[in-house]
Design a protein around this ligand. Structure first.
Ligand code: AVJ
Length: 329
């Protein structure tokens, strides 16, 4: 009961989420090159599958970022004003966030945490578990996409640390990432900081295993997008007739994920009143994951209006944690 008083849960403002999904599916599957926006991967089932990905040995990102955070959360926190609010974009399970919450609570006994996530189920679950573990914590949770979430962040008073972990930036093209950072920057005061976890360029073999694991968890995560169309829009996708494919384009520093039709097929989608036709080997592009060199990371920070104040790396230099300070301009 006490926990409830410390939680404010703000559901998504736009009620017609289903209509958005239908519109995106119609637009994406009737395009010449089929594609679906990756944000729709994260319904309750997709968020659960993503957590399973994070636990895979092959998916080095999560444990590597956690290791860097483990070593450096006190140092990061020491650079912030005392009363800072902790904001997180795409908080998911917020497991790694605990390291920062604990570091902040070592300095002050009260802390406000403002997680923003597209998945209401992941948000509610993580909030409940954090409140149970940290009596000094209060949470204002926003079930929102980045755009709507940022508008909320801009309304917050007082100093803040904004977290954008897990290399979530990878879903954006480099140009979109710079634009997004400028939007984040616009809502920040000089003493506010952005802590950004970014996956680095590395050998294609390591990336291939990370994005197409032998146990098939990533394949299930990707295929869940078709299952979601079946569930929510009355689609008739036979998941056995699609294959997960992840390819690394080293020149672009981009892992691309697709669902590849294994045969010529037609798939009715009731809510659209339409049928989608597939050639054999025709692909639906579902997600990109861009990787950065350290120099590209510097360029991105500068393009977003930030200076890299501190950077943490693992011994392999597979992942980077970047503390960004808004540049005066
Ligand atoms: C959540 C976007 C960081 O790109 O590594 C993992 C998503 N997709 N495996 C990533 C993902 C397939 C993940 N991000």
């Amino acid at each position: 009961m006490l926990a409830r008083a410390r939680l404010t849960f703000v559901p998504a403002l736009s009620a017609p989420a289903r209509a958005d999904f239908a519109t995106a599916v119609r637009k994406g599957l009737f395009a010449l090159r089929k594609r679906l926006p990756c944000r729709y991967l994260y319904d309750a089932e997709g968020s659960r599958l993503f957590e399973s990905i994070c636990a895979l040995d092959e998916y080095y990102l999560t444990r590597t970022e956690r290791a860097i955070l483990c070593e450096s959360s006190d140092l990061v926190v020491s650079r912030l004003p005392r009363a800072a609010t902790l904001v997180e974009l795409g908080s998911g399970s917020a497991e790694k966030t605990r390291l920062l919450i604990e570091a902040l609570l070592r300095r002050t006994h009260k802390l406000r945490y403002v997680p923003i996530d597209i998945s209401p189920s992941a948000l509610a679950q993580s909030a409940r578990s954090l409140l149970a573990d940290y009596p000094g914590l209060s949470i204002t949770a926003f079930a929102a996409e980045y755009g709507a979430g940022l508008a909320r962040v801009h309304q917050l008073h007082g100093p803040k640390l904004v977290l954008w972990l897990g290399s979530n930036v990878g879903n954006f093209t480099r140009a979109q990432a710079a634009r997004f950072l400028r939007t984040v920057r616009a809502g920040m005061a000089p003493l506010d900081r952005l802590l950004m976890g970014v996956d680095l360029r590395k050998s294609g073999a390591i990336l291939a295993r990370a994005y197409d694991d032998p146990a098939g968890v990533t394949a299930r995560f990707n295929c869940n997008l078709l299952a979601r169309i079946n569930r929510e829009l009355g689609g008739a996708f036979d998941l056995a007739q699609f294959r997960h494919r992840a390819t690394y384009d080293a020149a672009r520093g981009r892992v691309r994920m697709e669902l590849v039709s294994q045969c010529v097929q037609r798939v009715p989608i009731a809510a659209l009143g339409a049928t989608v036709a597939f050639e054999r080997d025709e692909a639906i592009h579902t997600e990109d994951s861009f990787k950065y060199s350290l120099r590209e990371m510097d360029v991105l920070a500068a393009a977003g209006g930030f200076a890299v104040e501190w950077r943490g790396l693992d011994a392999n230099r597979w992942f980077s944690l970047n503390l960004l300070a808004p540049r005066a301009d």
